[in-house]
Write a protein that binds this ligand. Structure first.
Ligand SMILES: Nc1ncnc2c1ncn2[C@@H]1O[C@H](COP(=O)(O)OP(=O)(O)OP(=O)(O)O)[C@@H](O)[C@H]1O
Ligand SMILES: [Mg+2]
Length: 244
C-alpha cells in the first residue's frame, strides 16, 4: 500500500500480512507511517496505490464502519475511554459501530429489548472476564489505572467479535505490572485465533508478544523478522542509533 498526503508519501509500497493467532508489531521512528498504515487498513484514509484483503476478500475502498463490521477493530493512539461511564458501559459501546450513545438510547426507548440488553451485557462481561478485569465492571472507567483502561479499550474493540485488532501504542504510560498483564492478555487473544497488529515502542512488550516485528522508516519497510533478531539488523540499527 501507498498513502500520500498532498506532497508527502506517508506509507510507501508497504506490504505485509498477518495470520490468525499471530501478533505482528509495527515499529519505527515518529512519523514513520505506522498509524497511517492502520488508518489505511481501517478505511480512514484512502490509499494512492495498493489494496487490502481480509480473509481473502478485498476491503479496499470500504467505509470504516463497513470494515469494522467485517471484524477489523482498533484502538486509537490518543483516544481514551469515556471516563464518566462505567467500565461495562464503555465495553457496550463497542457493540454500536457509529455512535457510542445510540445503544443506550435504544435500550431506554424500548424496554422490550430487555433480552437484547441482557445478551449484550453478558457478552461485555465475558469480554471483561477474558481481559482479567471482570471485577471492575461497575466502576467508573476514569477511576482505573492506565493499564486497566487500556484493557477496557481492547475489550471494547473485541466485544463485537473482532477477528483482527489493531492496537496503536497500547503500552504508553503503563506500569511494568500493567504491561505484563497487557502482554498476557494479547497472547491469550492470539491463542484464541485473533490476528493482532500492534504499533508499539515499549521494548519489553514488543519482545514478549510479537511473532514478527516490521520496522518502518519514512513509510518504507526496512526489516521484518522475529523480535529476537531485530537488534542484529543493520538497517534497524542505522535508523535507531544512527550507525551500523
Ligand atoms: N491526515 C494527515 N494529513 C497529513 N499528513 C498526515 C496525516 N496523517 C499523518 N500524516 C503525516 O504522515 C506521516 C506519518 O504519520 P503517522 O502518524 O502515520 O506516523 P507514526 O509512525 O504513527 O508516528 P508516531 O510514532 O509519532 O505515532 C507524518 O509525516 C505525518 O505528519
Ligand atoms: Mg502513530
Amino acid at each position: 500500500m501507498t498513502v500520500r498526503f498532498s506532497g508527502l508519501t506517508a506509507v510507501n509500497g508497504l506490504s505485509f500480512s498477518v495470520q490468525r493467532g499471530e501478533v505482528l508489531t509495527l515499529m519505527g521512528p515518529n512519523g514513520a507511517g505506522k498509524t497511517t498504515a492502520f488508518n489505511a487498513i481501517g478505511g480512514f484514509v484512502p490509499m494512492a496505490q495498493g489494496h487490502v484483503a481480509f480473509k481473502d476478500q478485498p476491503i479496499t475502498g470500504l467505509r470504516p464502519a463497513q470494515i469494522a463490521a467485517l471484524g477489523i477493530r482498533r484502538t486509537f493512539q490518543n483516544n481514551g475511554i469515556l471516563r464518566e461511564m462505567s467500565v461495562l458501559e464503555n465495553v457496550l459501546t463497542g457493540l454500536e459501530l457509529d455512535t457510542p450513545s445510540t445503544f443506550w438510547g435504544c435500550v431506554t426507548r424500548w424496554p422490550a429489548s430487555d433480552r437484547a440488553e441482557r445478551a449484550a451485557t453478558g457478552r461485555a462481561r465475558a469480554m471483561l472476564d477474558k481481559m482479567g478485569i471482570a471485577d471492575l465492571a461497575d466502576r467508573p472507567a476514569g477511576d482505573l489505572s492506565f493499564g486497566q483502561q487500556r484493557l477496557v479499550e481492547i475489550a471494547r474493540a473485541m466485544v463485537a467479535g473482532a477477528e483482527l485488532i489493531m492496537l496503536d501504542e497500547p503500552a504508553v504510560g503503563l506500569s511494568p505490572g500493567d504491561r505484563l498483564h497487557l502482554g498476557e492478555s494479547l497472547r491469550d487473544l492470539a491463542a484464541e485465533g485473533i490476528a493482532i497488529l500492534l504499533v508499539e515502542h515499549v521494548q519489553d512488550l514488543v519482545m514478549a508478544v510479537s511473532d514478527q516485528v516490521l520496522v518502518l522508516n519514512y513509510g518504507e519497510k526496512i526489516a521484518q523478522c522475529p523480535p529476537g533478531e531485530i537488534r542484529n539488523n543493520k538497517h534497524v540499527l542505522e535508523v535507531y542509533l544512527g550507525h551500523a
